[in-house]
Design a protein around this ligand. Structure first.
Ligand code: ASP
Length: 333
């Protein structure tokens, strides 16, 4: 109860603005942590209407608060990342679930994955349509199938056997993504191409010291030919082991080739690099050297957080059991 009251008090304080790390409440240790992202990319102060910016901050905050409720009551990191991502999938402000980007054919094809740290259990779905919460489908693959990854119609058939919710195609559509598709197609017609992305993800550490990671996306605007990015690929878009958890966002082709999420944790585990050094190396050096960009959220079993991005901004937020909570969009926040 004491912990819950402190959490509620901390959330009330944090609702207004970023809290400096120094405001952590005395006597509390970081025995649980939640970190979420709503995608890296051209996230700049001028790129959203005031309503959209407020909506993004509000929905990121809700995802964090939902995970805080779970973790502060002794719930699992797996439930925390599942619920945080599930809420962000329902938000029209992010490229996952409702509000996902359009394919070249004007459809939404959704990818998601989830992983549990100590056991290494993992599940993923790729290129699914109509599934309201692809992260629940990924979790069902992990928990209730003998497989790790299901794709397309087969994944949808499996989701139906699990009684997961389906929505009509229009439910996923937003005007903003429609305009983005038109812009991308005009650029493609004139020989240019501007990759546009979003994606949502979460990593969490629970009171038992268990890490989990989850990622969900609509992929890239104007994608075709069944293109699948890094988000549903274990090791690229999502990774969790006993000591480290990562969810990626960015230009998926490069994150796949860099095996980005796994590489960060491998550097921590095998080279003994601090989490932030490892995450920065991959996001700020390796991936740009290959020609890609994006960001990650990373969390280690000692509660350290790293959120590097080499794009203009990245929607992100976190909360810890010491009472710290933050939500931000832009680079200078
Ligand atoms: N990484 C995702 C993909 O390439 C997109 C994103 O992060 O926004 O599908």
């Amino acid at each position: 109860m004491r912990r819950r009251l402190q959490t509620v008090a901390a959330l009330a304080l944090a609702a207004a603005a970023w809290l400096a790390p120094g405001v952590a409440m005395a006597g509390e240790t970081s025995d649980w942590v939640i970190v979420v992202h709503g995608g890296a990319g051209a996230v700049t102060p001028g790129s959203y209407s005031p309503e959209d910016e407020a909506g993004m901050r509000r929905d990121l905050g809700r995802a964090v608060e939902t995970a805080v409720r779970i973790l502060s009551e002794g719930g699992s990191s797996l439930d925390a990342v599942t619920e945080a991502v599930r809420l962000l999938e329902d938000s029209p402000h992010f490229n996952a679930g409702r509000g996902a980007v359009f394919t070249a054919d004007g459809e939404n094809e959704l990818d998601a994955s989830i992983m549990l740290g100590r056991s290494g259990a993992a599940g993923a779905v790729a290129g699914v349509q109509g599934v309201r919460h692809p992260i629940l489908a990924a979790r069902a693959v992990m928990e209730r199938s003998p497989h790790v990854m299901l794709a397309g119609e087969g994944a949808e058939a499996f989701a139906r056997t699990q009684a997961l919710e389906f929505m009509p195609a229009e439910w996923f559509h937003t005007e903003r993504r429609r305009r983005a598709l038109e812009a991308a197609q005009q650029q493609a017609a004139s020989g240019g191409s501007v990759p546009a992305w979003g994606t949502v993800g979460a990593v969490a550490l629970d009171m038992r010291g268990e890490l989990a990671a989850a990622t969900s996306t609509g992929g890239m605007t104007n994608k075709r030919w069944g293109r699948i990015g890094d988000s549903p690929i274990i090791g690229a878009g999502t990774w969790a082991d006993a000591g480290c958890a990562v969810s990626s966002t960015g230009w998926g082709e490069y994150y796949i080739r860099a095996v980005a999420a796994y590489d960060i944790c491998a550097r921590v585990n095998y080279l003994g690099e601090p989490l932030d050094v490892a995450a920065r190396h991959v996001v700020m050096e390796r991936i740009p050297a290959m020609g890609g960009d994006g960001g990650v959220i990373a969390l280690s079993a000692d509660g350290a957080i790293s959120m590097p991005f080499n794009t203009e901004g990245m929607a992100r937020g976190f909360a810890r059991s010491d009472g710290t909570m933050r939500v931000a969009l832009f680079a200078d926040e």
